[in-house]
Structures are given as structure tokens and as C-alpha cells.
Design a protein around this ligand. Structure first.
Ligand SMILES: Cc1ncc(COP(=O)(O)O)c(C=O)c1O
Length: 442
């Protein structure tokens, strides 16, 4: 299928021409009347806090639904994605100076869950086309202190689970998945969350599986479930059935209050009922966009392994600024002026963030700096060339195409192809006006 293109001569909106028009997405997230009714019922009944499965049977119900979706793994529903990830690390007993190999190109919570355990993130570079951790660079970062690899399925793109699992097994370390942006995504037919020793997912209101603020941890190991639950659930108040006897002496209220609320847990159950239908719509629209953009020269969609199915939380492109002769930011400014929102999702590589630099940190005190200092880890000026390249060359767009919206997919493509066709004019513009300001997600 091809797109009716705006003629190349059409002046760009950025340069005073007429915009193609605003790209609007279907309303997202949506909640069924049943979901809204059930959430309201929780308030009416005064079921407000999440003490666990025994106290709130709806928690067990949601965990059952999510477990079935992940090959009957154990599931802990939590108050956020960060809580799920930290519960995963706690459940695996990763803390106190243990090293966790991970990506410098992600949302900060993939890293703060490690820091909050006083463990040490070790950054390994990503692949340019997807921004996912490069499995081939992991082994050289493994030391006797390495306890786990934490891989992020960023933007809904599934990381190479087969390769990551093989590396983890070879070195007898654990694999943790951050599926916060990738509910239901599959790598070569394998669903994310079903390979790691534990996985954490975010269900905040902007995610593919959205509640208000919630998350869940998935693990094949029953004890990891219980040890994860112990850090976040007031288990001393209401001990759930099945808690192993040897863990019971350690139950108390020295916890983070990470359990899911009844309000959100019924939303979790109901949102799962429509996840697969929404994912197929996202994938259908992504295929359509790919075919519309077959002739694009500068803005590229990543190519996925056969049998892999991203969840398209965001649509992530890379921009070939060498070939185009302009910066990503000027290209992005032109795209935005035509009516299509876009951004560079990751503002800088995480190893550059000041709150990791104990050597010269001057900001408000944070608890993880002493662990980083004790480990003498120096994050300043780490090379990470591909992650740095992506900070300047990747372009992300919202892609909540969960209901038929072919016209808007065509408009997205029309805008991109119009801007590509006017790259010469943008080059002249950039020469006189300088590059546009970076478009970051605020
Ligand atoms: C990759 C990733 N990991 C973890 C999180 C943390 O999730 P939450 O905001 O629910 O704590 C997010 C949320 O944006 C995320 O995108």
C-alpha cells in the first residue's frame, strides 16, 4: 500500500509553509465499564489498601490472570514498575555491592531498582538500531561480583532472550527482565517475562497495560516471589497462605509498602482482558507504517528477528544525519511543525547522570552513593559509543494505535516523507539558523 505524498516542492511548515495536519491517536488508555465499575466498587466497599492475597482476594485474582499469561509463573502485583523491579532484585537477594550488568540507555527506574538495593549497576553498550543491550558485549563485563544481567525491553522491542539466557547460564548468574514497556512482546515466539529469573513490569497510566500506578513481578521461583513480597507487603499484619516457614521469623513492618492497591488490582485484571486485541492493532498499524515508509532514506524503523513481535509502546526510529546532512533535532523540529509529535526519549546516557558521581557530587544526599564509593566505581566519561550515538540520532513517537486509525498512520508517513523530501531546504535553514533545540520528553 502506498501513501499519497505531498509534492516535494510543498514548503515545510517549519519554513513558513502549510502543515500537513495534526496526527491524533485513538483515546488511550481506555477502561471498560466493567473495569470502572469494579474500581468504583473497591472504593464503595472501603477496600483501600493492599495487605495481600488473604486480605484482598482481588489481588489473587489478578495475579492468577497474569500468571496464566506468563506460563503459570509466580506473580506479585505491586504499586509500581519500580516496586516490581526492586522486589525482583530483593527476591533474588541481589544487594550490598553485588554487580548487575545493565543498559545505560533506558528509563531511570531500570537503574534505580539496582541502586536502591545498594547494588552496583555496570553499564554495557547497546545496539545502534534498537537501543537494546548488546549481548555480545556482556561477557567481557562479567566479574566475580556479577550477580545478574538486567535487560530492558525498551520501547516494546523484545531483547534477545535466547542469547541473554545462554550467557547468564554459562556464567551461573541471573537474568532479570524489565518489561515495563513491553507487555506481551515476544522474542522469536517467546513472551517477555517468561525467560528471566524474575521480570518487572510497570502499569502506570501511560504504559501498554495501563492502570493508574501499578506493576507486577513475574518469576519461576516460588521463593523469589515470597522474598520479593516480604520487602513490600506488610506480611506481619496479614501473612498470606503458603509463606515458607523458614521465612516467617523475618516478617515485620520494615517494608516499603509496595503492594498493589485494590483499586488498581481490579484494573489490572480487566486491562489484561483486552491486551492482546490492542497489541494486534498496534502491530497491524506498525506494519502499515513500515510499508508506507519503504522509500524513506533517512528515518529508519528497526528490523526485528523473524517471529519477534514488539508491543510498540513507542515507535522508535534512527535518523541518518550523515546522509541527510542535518541534525536529528532540525529534522524533528520540521516533523513537529507539520503536526506529528516526536521526541528523543533518552536525554543522555545514564552513566553521565550526576547522582551517580560520588567523586564530585554536590546535590541533595542520596543513599546509594556510599555503595558506589565503597565499590570505587567511576561512571564519569564511560565510552558507550552506541548509546551516545542514539541520544543524538534516535527519534521516538507515541504509537498508541489501539483502534483502527489507518488514516493517521498514513498521515504520519506523509509528514515524514514530506520532511525527507525537503532535506535540502532544511540543510540551508540549519546553516543560517543553527540546529534546532533538542526535543526531549518532558
Ligand atoms: C523501562 C522502565 N522501567 C521501569 C519503569 C518504572 O515504572 P513505574 O513508573 O511504574 O515505577 C518504567 C516506567 O516508566 C520504564 O519505562
Amino acid at each position: 500500500m502506498s501513501t499519497t505524498l505531498a509534492p516535494a516542492a510543498t514548503k515545510l511548515a517549519l519554513l513558513g509553509g502549510t502543515p500537513v495536519g495534526k496526527v491524533t491517536l485513538p483515546k488511550f488508555p481506555t477502561f471498560t465499564e466493567k473495569a470502572i465499575g469494579r474500581a468504583a466498587d473497591m472504593l464503595r466497599q472501603g477496600k483501600l489498601y493492599g495487605l495481600g492475597r488473604k486480605h484482598v482476594p482481588e489481588i489473587g485474582e489478578a495475579e492468577g490472570v497474569i500468571s496464566k499469561y506468563h506460563g503459570n509463573r509466580h506473580v506479585l502485583a505491586t504499586s509500581s514498575g519500580h516496586a516490581a523491579l526492586q522486589s525482583a532484585l530483593a527476591g533474588l537477594e541481589i544487594c550490598c555491592g553485588d554487580e548487575v550488568i545493565t543498559t545505560p540507555y533506558t528509563w531511570g527506574a531500570s537503574i534505580s531498582c539496582i541502586l536502591h538495593q545498594n547494588a552496583i549497576p555496570v553499564f554495557v553498550d547497546v545496539m545502534r538500531d534498537t537501543g537494546l543491550i548488546d549481548p555480545e558485549q556482556i561477557e567481557s563485563a562479567i566479574t566475580p561480583r556479577t550477580k545478574a544481567i538486567l535487560a530492558v525491553h525498551l520501547f516494546g522491542q523484545p531483547a534477545n532472550l535466547k542469547r541473554l539466557r545462554a550467557i547468564a547460564d554459562k556464567h551461573k548468574i541471573m537474568l532479570i527482565e524489565d518489561g515495563s514497556q513491553a507487555h506481551g512482546a515476544e522474542f522469536e515466539g517467546i513472551r517477555v517475562g517468561t525467560v528471566g529469573d524474575a521480570a518487572g513490569f510497570s502499569c502506570m497510566g501511560g504504559k501498554v497495560l495501563a492502570t493508574t500506578e501499578a506493576g507486577y513481578m513475574v518469576t519461576p521461583h516460588e521463593r523469589v516471589y515470597w522474598k520479593g513480597a516480604m520487602i513490600g507487603q506488610h506480611m506481619g499484619r496479614s501473612t498470606d497462605d503458603g509463606m515458607p516457614d523458614d521465612l516467617k521469623p523475618y516478617l515485620d513492618s520494615l517494608v516499603y509498602t509496595y503492594r498493589v492497591t485494590p483499586f488498581n488490582v481490579v484494573l489490572l485484571t480487566e486491562q489484561f482482558a483486552k491486551l492482546d486485541a490492542e497489541l494486534s492493532e498496534r502491530r497491524r498499524h506498525a506494519d502499515l507504517l513500515r510499508s508506507h515508509l519503504a522509500s524513506a532514506k533517512y528515518l529508519k524503523m528497526p528490523v526485528f528477528a523473524p517471529g519477534s513481535k514488539p508491543s510498540f509502546h513507542l515507535m522508535s526510529f534512527t535518523f541518518d544525519s550523515d546522509a541527510a546532512g542535518i541534525t536529528r533535532d532540525t529534522f524533528a523540529a520540521a516533523i513537529k511543525a507539520e503536526g506529528l509529535f516526536c521526541m528523543g526519549y533518552v536525554p543522555s546516557v545514564i552513566s553521565d547522570w550526576k547522582r551517580l558521581h560520588w567523586q564530585d557530587y554536590r546535590g541533595p544526599r542520596v543513599n546509594w552513593l556510599s555503595a558506589l564509593e565503597a565499590a570505587k566505581v567511576d561512571y564519569r566519561n564511560q565510552a558507550l559509543p552506541n548509546a551516545r550515538w542514539r541520544v543524538d540520532h534516535a527519534l521516538e513517537m507515541l504509537f498508541d494505535m489501539v483502534a483502527p486509525n489507518e488514516a493517521m498512520v498514513a498521515r504520519m508517513a506523509e509528514i515524514i516523507l514530506k520532511v525527507e523530501a525537503n532535506v535540502d531546504a532544511l540543510r540551508d535553514h540549519e546553516r543560517t539558523a543553527g540546529p534546532a533545540a533538542t526535543v526531549l520528553r518532558k
